[in-house]
Ligand binder design. Structure first.
Ligand code: SF4
Length: 363
């Protein structure tokens, strides 16, 4: 399959591994931002074939993982109300809130449905005018255009039984926060190719300049990631700090302007809490005032409760690349994909689930 098989070809991967080994002269710490990239790295054992000097740490780019516990609790409260249909991506149903999860609400009679896009939620709303249909809209810049389009369409149709519980996050402010932390260890970043397909990479040029850090926009297949790591190692060894685009088959500098326009029409920047990290200024999106009728938080008036993570879960440090999943005492013992304590073990994109699934655990 074009653009898949050729990026999984061992004959292309081997020279890239050799090139990285030839170039590297000292230890470097590289972070991939996106959970999809983390899974590829683990699945293909890329972390195990790189020279020991190249350490991979994993960033906060798993949308389920960084969705705040408070948002899950609000979704649970809304889904438990009579006459409500809550529509969500499948991964979200297993994410534990403070006391329950959406699967449990469904099991005891709540109308919780799985969808692959917000447009399916719109269809459900049109077909069920007597029910109030809420879409749990989480994710990075990749999901925001479709979510914006759904609200735009609902407004055009005057659909009064549709709303959205929004928890949209933006990547560049999170990188800025990580780089501003005195504890940070990351010397080069693989930026998420799908996010940059939408947004372009101009914001990453600013980050690279401000922090003198190399950033390579990378794809999701093993050859993509090896090439991105090779480009980063070359920059680091040569003392350069630039933005380079490995994923040129999908990403252009300015991104997808129509997608950005619909996002900007419907959403505006907002301070956003990230699970495991905390509040990051201007790192989220909220619905503009003219779309308040579609804002589930306003429609249902669900109160924000401050909630605590399980004490032994170190997801905050995992999501910032300060620790790796096996450093967590609960990893693979009290915390497994079938009995997760924290979101990075629940989501198929979470770093803890990736380490568990791809054998990086003693058990
Ligand atoms: S292994 Fe489980 S408890 Fe430990 S950091 Fe990951 S999600 Fe949290």
């Amino acid at each position: 399959m074009k653009y898949i098989d050729e990026y999984r070809d061992a004959n292309l991967a081997r020279p890239l591994i050799a090139e990285i080994a030839r170039r590297v002269t000292r230890p470097w710490v590289v972070m991939e931002i996106c959970g999809g990239q983390t899974h590829t790295l683990m699945r293909y054992g890329i972390d195990e074939v790189l020279p020991a000097q190249v350490e991979l740490v994993h960033g906060p780019g798993c949308p389920v993982c960084v969705t705040p516990l408070e948002v899950i609790d609000k979704a649970l409260a809304i889904a438990s109300m009579p006459g409500v249909t809550l529509v969500s991506y499948g991964d979200m149903l297993r994410v534990p809130g403070s006391h329950s999860d959406l699967f449990h609400v469904k099991a005891i009679g709540g109308d919780v449905r799985i969808a692959y896009s917000p447009m399916e939620a719109l269809k459900i709303a049109r077909a069920n005018p007597a029910r109030r249909v809420v879409f749990l809209a989480i994710g990075f810049e990749t999901t925001a255009p479709a979510n914006a389009m759904a609200v735009w369409q609902a407004a055009r149709e005057g659909l009064q039984n549709f709303s959205m519980l929004v928890s949209q996050v933006l990547v560049p402010p999170a990188i800025r926060l990580l780089l501003g932390s005195p504890q940070h260890r990351v010397q080069g970043f693989i930026a998420p190719g799908h996010v940059c397909t939408v947004m372009g990479f101009e914001q990453y040029i600013e980050l690279s300049r401000d922090f003198r850090v190399p950033i390579v926009v990378g794809g999701f297949e093993p050859v993509d990631l090896l090439e991105a790591i090779s480009m980063l190692v070359a920059q680091l060894e040569e003392g350069r700090a630039e933005v380079e685009n490995q994923y040129a088959r999908s990403v252009v500098r300015e991104g997808n302007r129509p997608a950005q326009e619909i996002m900007a029409r419907v959403f505006e920047p907002a301070d956003q809490k990230w699970r495991g990290i905390g509040l990051i200024p201007s790192s989220g999106l909220k619905l503009r005032a003219e779309f308040a009728a579609f804002d589930a938080e306003k429609v249902f008036d669900v109160a924000a409760h401050s909630t605590d993570e399980p004490a032994e879960c170190i997801s905050a440090q995992v999501l910032q690349g300060l620790k790796k999943p096996p450093d967590c005492p609960a990893f693979g013992a009290r915390c497994t994909p079938s009995s997760p304590l924290g979101a990075p073990m629940v989501s198929s994109e979470g770093a803890c689930a990736a380490y568990y699934q791809y054998r990086r655990h003693a058990g």
